[in-house]
Design a protein around this ligand. Structure first.
Ligand SMILES: [Zn+2]
Length: 490
């Protein structure tokens, strides 16, 4: 298929951000950039589709470095509990749900609710259908009495199922128990699933995304998405980090060219109180939950090293981050290591991450959503979400949304990194923030130079000059992926 030859004139094309390098026109043909600047573009001969962009900014298409893409794409099939403020409202939504089998919802946040329902509250609201509702962080859930019965089929660490003074489960379940209950969520039928994934892709194109690092935790979702990629229905660049349970899909992923590596959970979340801290939480007992030991992390490093894979460790609390860094150091260094979230780090850890070449994969919106952070970690507040320090100390930092936990709109992430961060000391500047959303290995490179793939985004205003507080409102007017216009706002 021959792709259209297109010229954008009258625009400000950023081919790189650090330092910003701009041209007033760009042309592409057969998927690749062939001209930059009006002089060069004007000298091109042949048939061109010309758009006058009336001064708009054009930047390289962005990458979300941590997204649960299919879970995001199917989220509307289930109960959306984001923003719910009362137990009564939550129970009403459960009661109204028409889902057969298990009633599933996600997005509740106890920090904004009056109280949370018990297992029996959920049981009566659903009329006996099992109910499983994930907290917004995905590390904690509420299970009804019959959902708790499902859990009894598994050998679950009793620590992961909360109990009241009388020893009865309250309905709150954590970590591995959440993952086990997820297996029982009814999934969309295959046709519907494929349609939802393609709709999800359209939404992401409309946000200016061209690439995704996907955290895959479900075998069926992984298979369907890979199949759509092989058929070229999914046109975004995708790379998977899979949980160890899905190892058997490695050959298929490798063949499809979409394999990045493994994803391993080393702890939980700060919101759920399961992130592993070196010292106890400031507003509750305990230090959270370290899910992997140094020796098990070493084992994963060995596996990934021998298979030529990257490895992404989910580590939020300082204990978890330190354990990963210690293990990587014990191993003698390993280039393909990422720490997902890397939420709490002291100076020594940041320096060590830089020295070991560990990539830090951060989610800027977390530093806006975690309004309770000061109470939870007390005087360790300064240790959280240290993006500016990470960059200053020479770490490689990439950004993502963790959607459906947060919106995948990267302009919300850019706004958070530059302006919304609850700790102003750790805000970064817009060029640094934009670089975090570039594809792997693109930092400092000219992404839209001649000969590069034409994957770019035209915006209604220039993110470098619109003012930090306005970044959230930047709208995409056109998204181009490998030379094809895949989204247009008009
Ligand atoms: Zn995630």
């Amino acid at each position: 298929m021959s792709r259209p030859a297109v010229v954008l004139t009258g625009c400000r094309v950023y081919t790189s951000f650090n330092p910003p390098k701009t041209y007033d026109a760009i042309a592409w043909k057969d998927g690749f950039v062939v001209g930059l600047g009006s002089e060069e573009v004007g000298a091109l001969s042949g048939d061109w589709k010309v758009f006058n962009m009336a001064g708009k900014a054009v930047i390289p298409a962005m990458t979300d470095h941590h997204i649960h893409f299919v879970e995001y794409a199917v989220a509307d099939e289930y109960i959306d509990l984001r923003g719910v403020r009362t137990k009564a409202e939550l129970l009403t939504r459960v009661r109204m749900s028409k889902q057969g089998g298990m009633v599933y919802g996600a997005g509740w946040d106890d920090s904004i609710m009056d109280s949370i329902p018990s297992a029996s509250d959920l049981e009566s609201a659903s009329g006996g259908r099992p109910v499983f509702l994930e907290r917004v962080c995905g590390h904690l859930g509420l299970a009804s009495t019959s959902a708790l019965k499902i859990l009894q089929r598994y050998d679950v660490n009793p620590f992961l199922v909360d109990r009241d003074g009388g020893g009865n489960p309250t309905g709150v379940v954590r970590e591995r128990a959440v993952e086990l209950l997820r297996r029982h969520i009814p999934k969309p039928a295959p046709d519907r699933l494929r349609a939802l994934i393609l709709k999800g892709q359209e939404r992401l194109f409309s946000y200016g995304l061209g690439g995704l690092d996907i955290i895959a935790m479900d075998g069926e979702y992984l298979k369907t998405l890979t199949m759509l990629k092989v058929k070229k229905d999914v046109r975004m660049d995708i790379r998977f980090f899979i949980v160890p349970e899905l190892m058997e899909s490695l050959p298929a992923l490798r063949e499809a060219g979409v394999l990045a590596g493994l994803k391993v959970f080393v702890d939980g979340s700060l919101g759920g109180g399961t992130a592993a801290l070196r010292q106890p939480y400031s507003d509750r007992p305990g230090r959270g939950l370290l899910r992997e030991s140094r020796s098990s992390i070493l084992k994963y490093l060995e596996i990934c090293d021998s298979l030529g894979l990257e490895i992404a460790f989910h580590a939020i609390g300082d204990e978890a981050v330190q354990t990963v860094l210690d293990s990587v150091e014990d191993y003698g260094g390993f280039k393909g290591v990422r720490i997902e979230h890397a939420s709490m780090m002291d100076d020594e850890m940041i320096e060590r991450a830089a020295r070991l070449g560990v990539t830090l994969s951060v989610q800027p919106m977390f530093a806006v959503s975690d309004r309770w952070l000061r109470e939870r970690v007390g005087e360790r507040f300064w240790m959280c979400y240290r993006w500016k320090s990470m960059l200053e100390k020479g770490c490689s930092v990439v950004a993502g949304s963790d959607a459906p936990v947060e919106t995948p709109n990267p302009f919300h992430g850019l706004w958070a990194a530059v302006h919304g961060h609850i700790n102003p000391d750790e805000r970064v500047d817009i060029t640094q923030a934009l670089e975090m959303y570039l594809p792997k290995g693109a930092t400092g490179k000219e992404l839209l130079a001649r000969g590069c793939k034409a994957s770019l985004v035209a915006l209604d205003r220039d993110p470098l000059t619109c003012g930090p507080e306005n970044l959230k409102d930047v709208r995409v007017v056109m998204t181009v992926k490998d030379g094809e216009i895949v989204y247009s706002s008009s």
